[in-house]
Design a protein around this ligand. Structure first.
Ligand SMILES: Nc1nc2c(ncn2[C@@H]2O[C@H](COP(=O)(O)OP(=O)(O)O)[C@@H](O)[C@H]2O)c(=O)[nH]1
Ligand SMILES: [Mg+2]
Length: 402
């Protein structure tokens, strides 16, 4: 009986672009996508932080910001369709006459963490402080991180201290003794100025390679670690995955496709994370087949329906049978919910990676067989599950995968 149900559900060819669009918007609203609110004067390093965290190019970032209010814009990475992380950029903060009320009305509910950027040597911060107080008062439980940028302004021509002497949370553990006097004085100055307004201080220097620093992204990993730590648990996954993935991917095309895979997997997982005994199967299918089309396009191919079926069918049947068998688990609300979300995330992710491999082969003039395809996604599935479990230890074991 369950098998008939599974077969009935599974028909990715039936999912049209319009179906997907309608479902995407609903899913997006409840997907655990981190939203960072960047505040700081112009030239204080906001875009550099986005560039570091996403690996996106400066030009892509420039084009990707979509105006929201008179003074703010939103950058969805990798794109607004299936973002894995969103950045809100507020302009005009250091300028007299900026009024944060409009931005607050638009974003107060959405932003998970505020990142304030300040250059180490900048002392003219009255306007920034004034607006930050308003922002703090608007939601005082939301974490605020002070990113102190351009450290080397205090030691021009010299390299950064190596190894990195800063602790992850200097407010808790104190500034290291080894710091150069000027740097320490300036940092302590910021600490006092921002006391009570920020929860963490992270000194960074995110430079361009041509600036000649041995450590190009000085403090970058501390910043990532801090942000992951401060996000709500549900939102940590995508940022952590992004961090790991950017380090290991081999080809440029994979690097381009991969954020889309994460985005689609996150959306698919939120279709399976609804807090009732139910998985929004059509939405999961829509996210997956849509992803196949998009990866195809990145690889310069336009998959037809038969190909989408070939790529997704074996996987889909297996996934759906796992979901169906899990139905009883759903009686335990939280565990059940997480299990289905995890499973769906893993299957979608594996499908995406298998597609990259498939389209990559086709590009080289070789059309893989169904068996080869299955083998690739099975190994990717094991990998995806491992990653997910590493981040969320609550996920129960799945004997079908191990
Ligand atoms: N050396 C160094 N340069 C930085 C740092 N952050 C930003 N910059 C440089 O400062 C300029 C403005 O940075 P950007 O990130 O565009 O600032 P935004 O206007 O706040 O978005 C660019 O030329 C960056 O390369 C940093 O931490 N160290
Ligand atoms: Mg900028």
């Amino acid at each position: 009986m369950i098998w008939n149900q599974v077969r009935k559900w599974w028909n990715p060819a039936k999912v049209s672009e319009e179906d997907w669009e309608a479902r995407r918007v609903t899913l997006l609203a409840r997907a655990p996508i981190p939203v960072f609110w960047l505040m700081g004067k112009t030239q204080s390093g906001k875009s550099s932080i986005v560039k570091f965290l996403t690996g996106a190019e400066q030009a892509e970032i420039g084009r990707g910001f979509r105006p929201q209010t008179r003074t703010s814009s939103l950058f969805d990475f990798p794109d607004p369709e299936e973002p894995i992380v969103r950045f809100l950029d507020t302009r005009g903060l250091g300028e007299a006459g900026y009024d944060p009320r409009e931005d607050l009305a638009a974003f107060n509910d959405q932003a998970h963490v505020v990142i304030v950027t300040v250059r180490l040597v900048d002392q003219a911060l009255e306007e920034v402080l004034k607006h930050l107080r308003v922002l703090r008062a608007a939601r005082n439980t939301r974490p605020i991180v002070l990113a102190v940028t351009c450290l080397h302004d205090a030691y021009p021509g010299e390299q950064h201290p190596a190894p990195d002497p800063y602790p992850v949370d200097p407010l808790a553990s104190g500034w290291p003794d080894s710091l150069n006097e000027d740097v320490r004085r300036l940092l302590v100055g910021h600490q006092q100025r921002f006391a009570g307004l920020v929860d963490r201080i992270v000194p960074v220097d995110l430079t361009r390679p041509e600036e000649g620093y041995a450590e190009v992204n000085f403090g970058g990993h501390r910043l990532e670690e801090t942000l992951i730590d401060l996000l709500p648990v549900a939102c940590r996954q995508s940022l952590a995955q992004l961090r790991d993935g950017l380090e290991v991917l081999r080809s440029d095309l994979e690097r381009k496709a991969w954020p889309h895979i994460l985005g689609a997997s996150t959306l698919a997982a939120s279709a399976a994370a609804v807090p009732v005994p139910w998985v929004d199967i059509p939405a999961v299918l829509a996210a997956q087949s849509h992803m196949v089309y998009r990866i195809g396009a990145l690889y310069g191919q336009s998959p037809d329906r038969d190909l989408v079926l070939k790529l997704t069918t074996a996987l889909g049947t297996r996934m759906l049978s796992r979901l169906a068998l899990r139905a009883p688990l759903k009686a335990i609300p939280f565990v059940g919910m997480t299990a289905n979300a995890a499973l769906t995330f893993g299957y979608t992710y594996a499908l995406g990676m298998a597609c990259c491999w498939y389209f990559g082969k086709v590009r080289q003039g070789y059309v893989p067989s169904q068996e080869e395809l299955n083998e690739v996604w099975s190994s990717q599935l094991a990998e995806a599950t491992r990653r997910w479990r590493a981040e969320r230890r609550l996920v129960p074991r799945d004997p079908a995968i191990e």
